[in-house]
Design a protein around this ligand. Sequence first.
Ligand SMILES: Cc1cc2nc3c(=O)[nH]c(=O)nc-3n(C[C@H](O)[C@H](O)[C@H](O)COP(=O)(O)OP(=O)(O)OC[C@H]3O[C@@H](n4cnc5c(N)ncnc54)[C@H](O)[C@@H]3O)c2cc1C
Length: 282
Amino acid sequence: MSMIMKTPNNLTQLVECLKDIDENTYALSGGTDLIIKMKKDKIHKGTLIDLKGINELNYIKEENDFIRVGAGTTFTTIEESEIIKSNCICVSLASGQVGSTQIRNWATIGGNVANAFAGADLIPTLLLMDSKVVTINSHNERIERSIDEVIIGLGKNSLNRDEIIIEIIIPKYKGYESAFAKLGSRTRVTISKLNMSVLLKKEGNKILDSRVVLGALGPKAFRATMVEEFLNDKEIDEKLLDRFYEVLSKQVDEAIPTRKSRTYKREAIKGLGSDIYKQLLG
Ligand SMILES: Cc1cc2nc3c(=O)[nH]c(=O)nc-3n(C[C@H](O)[C@H](O)[C@H](O)COP(=O)(O)OP(=O)(O)OC[C@H]3O[C@@H](n4cnc5c(N)ncnc54)[C@H](O)[C@@H]3O)c2cc1C
């Protein structure tokens, strides 16, 4: 029983590695999810394809209408990036609230997406921004899908076995502001019990358009359309916050009508609502 480690240094070598993968082959990025899974599931044999040596997967580039983030980019790099901060602060905030400093130094955006965990912090912000996921496969083909197509359920993604995420494309929303808030189980190393990401366009005292995504409230993050419809075209006045709380609680009722956690989450979401309100409307 042994693990074979493959260490491609570039995408050409990665494609070669992808040609002979089987059900016991695992891509390894930061390892913050995978190593725990391997211990838990007692996985002692197979092949690890270590992506850390591929420098081509580590970048943040700004173009006219979007930002390209290499799949191997760590949360620390994303949190600190001026490109990310000035175009989609929610992605920086979500990255900055992941786990601990050590986790953020190792964990990657590609691993967060591929892992498809319901409580993941980056996935909801990427869904909010309508991001695309680019993969490469064993035939050296590049495939682009929406993040919503890639995350198909609790811990499940739609990638074929011979596909590796190489890039995330985040569109720019000019004239919009964004925010992120999360509620975790502990103060420093927290896996979200609930998170909320919001994108908002306003003019003077009026909200013109909104996008809202809730995470950790079901098998996968989703657009909170009830909340979006409530916010669109609203005047920002002293009555708005209480009505915002009400609609957030209703959205929780609709999402998890029979879950035990519903009573807690319909109250807890008001705390996130307050945080988001302060960031965008306060
Ligand atoms: C203590 C602790 C705290 C944490 N806190 C948070 C938190 O607050 N918020 C949060 O969102 N997450 C948290 N996590 C989870 C984890 O850190 C993230 O999900 C992280 O982004 C995973 O990235 P990674 O590079 O470590 O992935 P890995 O562990 O290397 O891989 C994860 C999975 O994705 C696959 N994979 C990796 N890279 C690719 C790729 N490029 N293409 C295709 N498949 C790939 C692997 O095969 C594996 O199945 C925490 C984990 C720990 C241990």
